[in-house]
Design a binder for this molecule. Sequence first.
Ligand code: BEZ
Ligand code: MG
Length: 570
Amino acid sequence: MRSLSDQDHQVTQLSEQLVEIEQRLIPTGLHVFGRAAELKEKADLLRMVASFDRPEQEARSLPGLVAEGLGIEGYNDIIQQTTTSETKDLIDSIVKEAIDRFCESGANAASSYLSSRANVGVEQSLSTFKLLATINEHLDSNSELDSLLRSLRGEYIEPGPGADIVQNPLVLPTGRNTHAVNPYSVPSQAAFMRAKMTADALLQRYFDEHGRHPRALALVLWGLDNIKTQGEGVAQALWLLGVRPVRDALNRATEIEIIPLDELKRPRMDVVMTVSGIFRDLFAPTMSLLDKAVRKVAQLDEPPEMNYVRRNVSQRIESGAADFDDAVTRVFSNAPGNYGANVNFMVMQSAWEDEATLGDLFVTRKCFAYTRDSKGRTVEGREAPELMNDALSRVEATYQNIDSFEVGITDVDHYFEYLGGISKAVETRSQSRPSIYLSDSLSPQTKIRSLEETVRLETRTKTLNPKWYEGMLKHGFRGVAEIENHVTNTFGWSATADAVDPWIYTEIAQTFLLDEAMCKRLRELNPYSLESLAKRLLEAHERGYWNPEEAVLERLSEIVEAISGAPLPG
Ligand code: BEZ
Ligand code: MG
């Protein structure tokens, strides 16, 4: 086969990126309490739900059924491909048509279409369409107001699981009492299976970029995410260490088993874990499990080049700077009863001078060790900045698992608070900016993106996408505040990780402020957020993240002055 020229390669990459942007699911508009979902993109959501096998609901994935019906082999490899191919396009187009028919004419029509078009047994596809029909029905109903009134009367509210709709469609209908997980059940077997693929993809990505594995990685673990995924983030940490959870007689994941190196086929990674306050409160047994895993791995009699935990711990002990218990500490969180890293507040209030302060704040808030002492007694939150500084000084890659299409890295300030905060802390302690990665463990493909790629993708599919911002602007005052939040969250990635291309600020200015009609509209809906938005762009310039033409800066200043000088409404 002829090898691709550079130009062909660039065109292929461009086309892959366009397909990625086009296919990205985004939430449009905000949820209104008590109102049924007005999902214009319901078909997209149902297609996403139907792209996974769900044995527990006896529903097969539609792309899988179509591939089987058409006699296409190696379907699992095809869905992992990032490039488009005729086969993949064919399967996707048949599934899309089937979902459209389902939305228009129901399950039977969609099933008979798949039978005639792709030889899919009617009974097989019907069980998937029945699941979609239930979801469809639940999306149209909503018991939130009714449940609120009943709870105010002290009545019983039915429980339901907490998750993302695509992760677990049983979260519907909304308006129920969300229940969490049994921490001893985490990670589930399914989470461990998925985690292996994601963590392998993470290591592969780092290896492709650096020609070797990282000396150590820093992972951010959140509570709600590990509830939603039954511990995918936890399972990724365990797999990176080269261990698997083992259940005791009561089916509780309290022990770990070492995966032999010849099965693992790579070195065991050293992993520093910073967990949120919510995670600490919910998953105490899981924190012990993680700590136990690191300790066991550090004590294995293996060559240092195949066991980075052992190598790093031994070096630290040999330097005379620490004993084993200190050198092996890898699980950190807030002080008991405390939550958050507060890096987000510091950024939002512009209350910082140099970027290093943001990383230092992260460590001040998160340097509490959850581990054991030399007598094996649990240590629940000992303030240990020296241990955290040391662990972070060896980190070369930082990472967080993203498990939902509803909440991305520019939707909320907590991603830059955590992943940005820890990345800046690593940068100053290791004297080098780490490679920063995020997963997209939700799509059938296991994707790892760099932070910069993720910021670009979120900006193109949300902040600068008329479908997204018009959806927000339907909510008036609140919608403008959401746009401004996205800009501030994007700015947070400049402040903590220098991960925002200048064109992003240019396009934001162009779309929301320099476009006169849009600027007027935003000002009428919510002058306060518009003023903050303009100020944030000016701050991006002052801090050196963006260098637009003088005329642009003047216009932004004019907008700020016009709003701040105007009499208060009312
Ligand atoms: C958590 O689930 O742990 C979490 C949620 C929001 C912000 C930070 C952490
Ligand atoms: Mg910089």
